[in-house]
Design a binder for this molecule. Structure first.
Ligand SMILES: Cc1cc2nc3c(=O)[nH]c(=O)nc-3n(C[C@H](O)[C@H](O)[C@H](O)COP(=O)(O)O)c2cc1C
Length: 189
């Protein structure tokens, strides 16, 4: 499949080992809060210890797959966050079936240290390619890892990072629509 950037790895016509990797339901926790606010690209953060070892062992980089979200029934509450807006944990109460929020959705995500932000521990941050009306902190999500797009890079500007994530989104959408990948939606059903 024709990728455009020098650092992009060719993506095979269907997943190759160690993919696919499929997770159980994981908690959606609050990250540093930069995704939406600074980048305009909301991310769902997953505690790394909840994903299979095969996923934790992957090299730092940008990956794609499918995901499905599930609300849990728990009282909403607000948690303070250092230096950022408080986080409303609503456990997915406002997810909207008529908006397709519960369908299997394409996802592009980074596993790594976010060199641009100088993080010191490994994180998994998923950008779900779907337009949600509300946040859903505290809901659960299971996802598959079907392939690798590129290494994590350090950027000199936020705009360059945003630009590359937008390209990642286009690549993931294209691959996930191809016949070697669409049947794997069932893995997260
Ligand atoms: C598809 C995707 C690709 C990313 N690529 C990079 C990258 O190459 N370098 C980097 O420093 N961070 C990368 N990130 C991480 C973003 O910097 C991160 O999502 C953002 O800081 C928001 O994090 P927060 O919600 O924890 O604040 C990527 C994130 C996603 C979803």
């Amino acid at each position: 499949m024709g990728n455009t950037r020098p650092f992009d790895k060719p993506i095979p016509d269907s997943p190759e080992s160690p993919f696919p990797i499929v997770t159980d339901f994981c908690d959606i926790v609050s990250g540093f809060g930069r995704g939406s606010a600074e980048l305009g690209i909301p991310t769902a953060n997953i505690p790394i210890e909840q994903v299979p070892e095969a996923a934790r062992d992957l090299e730092q980089g940008v990956y794609f797959g499918y995901c499905r979200i599930e609300p849990i029934s728990k009282e909403e509450h607000t948690e303070p966050r250092d230096n950022h807006r408080d986080v409303e944990y609503n456990y997915g109460k406002y997810l909207d079936e008529s908006n397709g929020d519960f369908e299997v959705l394409p996802v592009v995500f980074s596993i790594g240290l976010n060199p641009f932000y100088h993080n010191t521990h490994k994180t998994i941050e998923l950008h779900i390619i779907h337009k949600f009306h509300r946040d859903f902190y505290g809901a659960r999500l299971r996802f598959s890892i079907l392939g690798y797009i590129r290494p994590e890079l350090d950027y000199t500007t936020k705009e360059a990072l945003i630009n590359d994530i937008n390209k990642d989104i286009i690549i993931a959408q294209r691959v996930l629509k191809s016949e070697g990948y669409t049947p794997l939606r069932a893995q997260v059903q």
